[in-house]
Design a protein around this ligand. Structure first.
Ligand SMILES: Cc1cc2nc3c(=O)[nH]c(=O)nc-3n(C[C@H](O)[C@H](O)[C@H](O)COP(=O)(O)OP(=O)(O)OC[C@H]3O[C@@H](n4cnc5c(N)ncnc54)[C@H](O)[C@@H]3O)c2cc1C
Length: 283
């Protein structure tokens, strides 16, 4: 197997264009598992680990631009205030070793419905920046992921970064697993309160072929919550929000849990996270 190791972003793009069959590799926490289990046998690997540009983050026209190679550990340490939902999700990923190596770009690249970075990015309307020989394009995250482990990345493109507005209100992420750590989500839920826009962004993880927004729950929260007085959310509102989130999922029965359990768990996660976030909003 050929190993391509570009030292700069420009070299990485050139290598990708010259070897479109090469499999990009960043932290390797998904790719190396696939290679070890013989699920993939690419002719070449394109190791992005030496590309410093991918490990940078900064602000761009009011949004945070986070390079695809920033690992979970740095999101937790450096971005807890600006991106609290993503930081909460990052804390639940794997173990310290996986959080040090694994990247958000790799989670996007894998496009698993259970990828923990994805729900907070959907709830905050993130965009993915893709780069290739014809330049750069940005794609809303919901258009980037097209199916289980499928996305719109072309053979000659790389994920450069994602762009997301810093939190303007409380955010939450909650995940159910079969144990407390080192666990793939049975289901997960993320929300972001956008007070200026008087709306709540949501996303369900691991209970449909892709992460999904709970559109009816979002519309309900926009009209049912007391945006002017910031009064507390009553039980009926929280319960209805939970029901609508559960209805938006299309879960399956699998080794990690049944469809019925996932729906029930989602209604509980949605109720709890809205209650926590709205209490913070009212405080
Ligand atoms: C023990 C263990 C525990 C785990 N726990 C969790 C968990 O709790 N939650 C969770 O969500 N995931 C978990 N994972 C999965 C994995 O850690 C994450 O998906 C991680 O974000 C992958 O990042 P990476 O940099 O290691 O990606 P890699 O393995 O390097 O790449 C993953 C995919 O993305 C592509 N890719 C990477 N970078 C780019 C780029 N810049 N441009 C284009 N394509 C790119 C690769 O080609 C590949 O298809 C776990 C994995 C292990 C081994």
């Amino acid at each position: 197997m050929e190993l391509l190791q570009p030292g700069t972003w420009q070299e990485a793009l050139e290598a990708r264009a010259a070897h479109p069959g090469a499999l990009p590799l960043h932290g390797g926490t998904d790719v190396m598992v696939d290679l070890n289990f013989d699920r993939r046998r690419p002719g070449a690997l394109l190791d992005l680990g030496r590309v410093a540009e991918l490990r940078e983050w900064g602000t761009d026209d009011g949004r945070i631009r986070l390079g695809a190679g920033v690992p979970y550990a740095r999101v937790i340490d450096e971005l807890g205030a600006q991106l609290p939902g993503l930081a909460m999700a990052s804390r639940t990923v794997g173990s310290p070793q996986i959080r040090n190596r694994g990247t958000i770009g790799g989670n996007l690249g894998s496009s698993s419905p259970a990828g923990d970075a994805l729900p907070p990015l959907y709830a905050s309307d993130a965009e993915v920046e893709l780069a290739g020989p014809n330049g750069t394009r940005t794609v809303p995250i919901a258009d980037f992921v097209t199916g289980p482990k499928r996305n719109v990345l072309a053979d000659d493109e790389l994920i450069a970064a994602f762009l997301v507005k810093p939190a303007s209100g409380p955010q939450q992420f909650a995940k159910i697993g079969t144990r407390n750590a080192m666990v793939i989500a049975v289901c997960s839920f993320s929300l972001a309160v956008h007070p200026q826009e008087r709306r709540v962004g949501t996303c369900i993880g691991s209970a449909a072929p892709t992460p999904v927004r709970a559109a009816e729950a979002e519309a309900f929260a926009a009209q049912a919550l007391d945006w002017d007085g910031a009064g507390p959310a009553d039980d009926a509102t929280l319960t209805r929000f939970g029901e609508l989130v559960a209805q938006a999922a299309s879960p399956i029965d699998d080794v990690r849990g049944s469809a019925a359990y996932r729906r029930h768990a989602l209604s509980v996660l949605a109720r709890r996270t809205l209650s926590w976030a709205w209490s913070e909003q009212c405080a």
